[in-house]
Design a binder for this molecule. Sequence first.
Ligand SMILES: Nc1ncnc2c1ncn2[C@@H]1O[C@H](COP(=O)(O)OP(=O)(O)OP(=O)(O)O)[C@@H](O)[C@H]1O
Ligand SMILES: [Mg+2]
Length: 781
Amino acid sequence: MKNPVVQYAAAAGDYDEFQNLLTGIIKILGDGYLLQKQDILHKTPFDPAPAAEYLQQKFNAHFAGRAALRTDTYLTITRQVKKGRFYTYDPKQLRDFRTAVHKVTDVLKAAKCEPSILSEKQITELVRRILAMRFGNGPFSLNNFKPTDTDIRMGERSVRCIPLVNSDNVDMPGELGTFTELNENEAVRGFPVDMLSFLYKVPAFEAILYNQVIEIPAQQATLNKLEVKRKRHSGIPDPANALCVEDIDLLLKDVARNGQLLVNVHYSIIVAAPATDIQKSVNYVESALFQLGIIPNQNAYNQLELFRAAMPGNGVELKNYDWFLTTSDAALCLFFKERAMEDEPSSFRIRLTDRQGIPVAIDPADLPMRTGRINNRNKFVLGPSGSGKSFFMNSLVEQYLLFNMDVVIVDVGHSYSGLCAYYGGKYITWSDERPITMNPFLITGDEYNLEKKDNLVTLIALLWKGAGGSVSTIERDVLTATISVYYASAFLDGSGVDLSFNSFYEFALEKIPEIKSEERIPFDLDEFRYVLKKFYRGGEYESILNETSDQSLLNERFVVYEIDALQDNLVLLPIVTLIIMDVFIQKMRNRRNQRKALILEEAWRALMSPIMANFLLYLNKTVRKFWGEIIEVTQELSDIIGNPIVKDSIINNSDTVILLDQRKFRDNYGEIAKVLSISATEQRKIFTINQLDNRESRARFNEVYIRRGSTGEVYGVEVSRQQYYVYTTEKPEKNAVHIYVQHYGSYPAALDAFLADIERSGLPAGDFVQKINQQNKPLIL
Ligand SMILES: Nc1ncnc2c1ncn2[C@@H]1O[C@H](COP(=O)(O)OP(=O)(O)OP(=O)(O)O)[C@@H](O)[C@H]1O
Ligand SMILES: [Mg+2]
């Protein structure tokens, strides 16, 4: 089975829920049953499926062999026979036993623990693997096996059984919860983790088996025995006896008041490590237990016995002194409850890493749509400058392009030039000499419909009033009517005019006065004529709306519009962004069989005006119908707080929210959390971004929080060095890579040489980059 609580999910409630589930199972089983849970932690080298693509091969190579910590969980249910007998057969009891097992399986299924019943062959393998303390999929063999008083030797390895308590001297904390809290630093304080989560960090271990056994005795008989014991102790006045009486009272009270079952429980942690390191591992476990208030049994000389009791179903071999009587609730607190993050079952997946640095594949689109976790694929990305938004987006887009996906990016600041060059996409840069041109008016009769008309009205309103302005209802109606007649005469009457802004402008100047006098309505034609003139023949921006854009763009898979030069042009920025989006809409219609993504980096801020509200809403809603998604990326808090347009058109239509390190926003977090509807639990996870102690033996990386629907997870964005140099947004690094690409002709060759040269030069990467930029040629020359 699988433990239902995902590690680092911050969901304190999940631990309680699993605890209740286990309590339920104990009640289902009842007297005479033994419930054994084995959680096996082992390290398996990461072994990716081979990749065909260069960067993906490098990704695999970067992680190959990294030890992935995995948890396997087994539950064994057994029933005791009458004392002194080895075997009894009773068809009725067998039937009861089967029913109980089925009930438990159903309960586990309902709780998403994915139970499956092992076949005889699987059970044999499990027993053998435990005997060898080798887990995972690899081959294993039993090695010279030699039990001693302190450990069990298996060839070069040593296995130590650490029982948590013994009944002579019970040293347990007075109070236990279902989980504990991290306390490493301020940012992660209070973050819920498994009671036993220290097991992940045991130094030098190869495998850990945590054996947890509960025996359910006949309740009344046990209560009676306790009463007798209580009486015996209260008879003789002595402090130790008083304590004992107190403990028994507490226990009895719990049973009486809270309907608890009395159970005997046994836990032991069985650690396998190289013989030279075993003491280090054991010391760590003991001191971690001590911090939990548990003093492990120091007299565990029965190593072989404890080890045998860890075989599935062999808990019955435990002796009296290994058991400890308590309530089921208390016993279950120390049951292990977590599982590691896993690949999602889907064919459309991107790879990130889990928090230990092992690649994990998640489906950002289809699977969560299918399961109803999200209702659209749109994404909203927020993080302060330099937090790694563009870097993460590069990694996402690189993987999107591996699927048959169209990607259009509107960027400011050249964050995608490397990736675009790598993939041979179209890179269109705005410059005053070569502005990006389009002719949004040129369409065929088929393409003319209500929404196209709406978009053109929005465009004209924007040209006229500017991004900050607004049009009145009358003005909007007049524009709509003018456009209708303009196209009616073009398509129906075959007027033969060239469709463009120029011809529309001329047409409007004739038509609007007609409408005005017929309807006797106010319309500031002079202002209209004057303001729009700069886009007309002979005007400052005459080419922008009159020259057809490169039609091949419609069939291009990867297009980047770089409009950094327009950033401060408040007139053109929104207009150009709008028409690029119009091109994207056209693309959506033309290329129905492709997935599509439109990525707007900061540029969408130009659109945050009332005039654009409808258009944005329309766009964010429509892409879903065309197998598309919009990703809006921003660093500006002021954009999202207190802007109803952002909230209504973008955030409300982006079921996926992606957050980078939010510490810089900490002071405003209440407001951000409100706008993005981030719950307290999610906020906890968000503030662990980049804060865990998980950087050892990993490359430089950042973490990212991805919320699909109402809950999210934190992942690592760690990539190979080759990918790093394709994605980087640091100018000097980009430049140095560019020099290599120019010289070597292709990215793979250039990156191979670049990294080899860093090694050869013996310089730190930063100095190497500087040197290449200075000499403006690769190292070898
Ligand atoms: N996951 C990562 N692994 C390694 N380096 C990273 C990672 N994320 C970011 N960096 C480094 O940080 C630099 C800045 O990141 P990035 O350009 O993505 O920030 P940004 O959030 O887009 O900032 P801005 O808002 O200014 O555009 C990158 O060029 C890269 O060198
Ligand atoms: Mg950026």
